[in-house]
Ligand binder design. Structure first.
Ligand SMILES: NC(=O)c1ccc[n+]([C@@H]2O[C@H](COP(=O)([O-])OP(=O)(O)OC[C@H]3O[C@@H](n4cnc5c(N)ncnc54)[C@H](OP(=O)(O)O)[C@@H]3O)[C@@H](O)[C@H]2O)c1
Length: 248
């Protein structure tokens, strides 16, 4: 038996990139996986088909994490369709380049960033905590930028990811007595649409990594798999860097 057999997982932003790798990995571990997406319907449906054809269970749900009611409704749908909830992975996120002295960047940009990266997560965990029980897992996908920003223009993004790490520490206390763990995984540069490893900027980024290369999404998903597993039962309130030594 796989170590997540008969568990139900809910992953936000599962159609592409790190989220898709997490969906695939948790399904391979034996979990029934619901996942959200916004615009990449074709990719979401193709991923679900691949998992179902391999004998797994996948449920794509269109839900904007920037809409707190939509994300709560998506979790309710997953619980009803898959029969419960054991693991939530808060992966959906967006990044903006927004130097504080750029007059053209409005606070609307900052508000939308916080709505998706922070408030959407707070809404998701409020709903999920109604259903998670002993052995439950809350896993936030933060960023190495929460600890060290490294480049100009990413303060707003970094602040949202620092908030996720702080939330995980607080929620670990709120939910610990129910046997639920809450942790944040902080990826470093990972080859996705958000941060392709062949961009003009990638050479500069790689020079700042001890390993000198980007992660593949599967390398982030492998750590999510461990934190979701029974082997990680005493890990809670932790911030786990998976950053190739960017912050070493
Ligand atoms: N890539 C990196 O270098 C890196 C490093 C550190 C942390 N991270 C974090 O890792 C997470 C995943 O990043 P990624 O690189 O895989 O990004 P990505 O390639 O841009 O993929 C983003 C995923 O999130 C979904 N999404 C975007 N906005 C959403 C919203 N409002 N509501 C629901 N889903 C939404 C997208 O859905 P659609 O396909 O439908 O648009 C897609 O599935 C993010 O939280 C990011 O901040 C990434």
């Amino acid at each position: 038996m796989s170590n997540l057999a008969n568990k139900v997982a809910f992953v936000t932003g599962g159609s592409r990139g790190i989220g898709a790798a997490i969906v695939k990995r948790l399904a391979a571990d034996g979990a029934h996986v619901a996942f959200t997406y916004v615009s990449a319907t074709d990719k979401a449906l193709a991923l679900a088909t691949t998992i179902e054809e391999a004998g797994g269970t996948a449920l794509p749900i269109q839900a904007d994490s920037g809409d707190a009611a939509a994300i709560a409704a998506a979790i309710e749908t997953a619980v009803q369709r898959l029969g419960g909830l054991d693991i939530i992975v808060n992966n959906a996120g967006v990044s903006v380049f927004s130097p504080v002295d750029h007059a053209e960047d409005t606070l609307d940009v900052v508000a939308r960033l916080h709505a998706i990266n922070v408030t959407g997560v707070a809404a998701a965990v409020r709903t999920a905590s109604k259903y998670l029980g002993d052995g439950g897992r809350v896993i936030n996908i933060g960023s190495s930028f929460a600890d060290r920003v490294a480049f100009a223009g990413f303060a707003d993004y970094a602040a949202t990811k620092a908030a996720l790490a702080a939330y995980a520490r607080g929620w670990a206390w709120d939910l610990g007595k129910k046997g639920i763990t809450v942790n944040t995984i902080q990826p470093g540069p990972t080859d996705t649409d958000m941060n392709p490893d062949n961009s003009d900027f990638a050479t500069t980024i790689k020079a700042g990594l001890a390993l000198g290369r980007y992660a593949s999404p599967d390398e982030i998903a492998a750590v999510v798999s461990f934190v979701a597993s029974p082997d990680a039962s005493f890990v809670t309130g932790a911030t786990i860097n998976v950053d190739g030594g960017q912050n070493a």
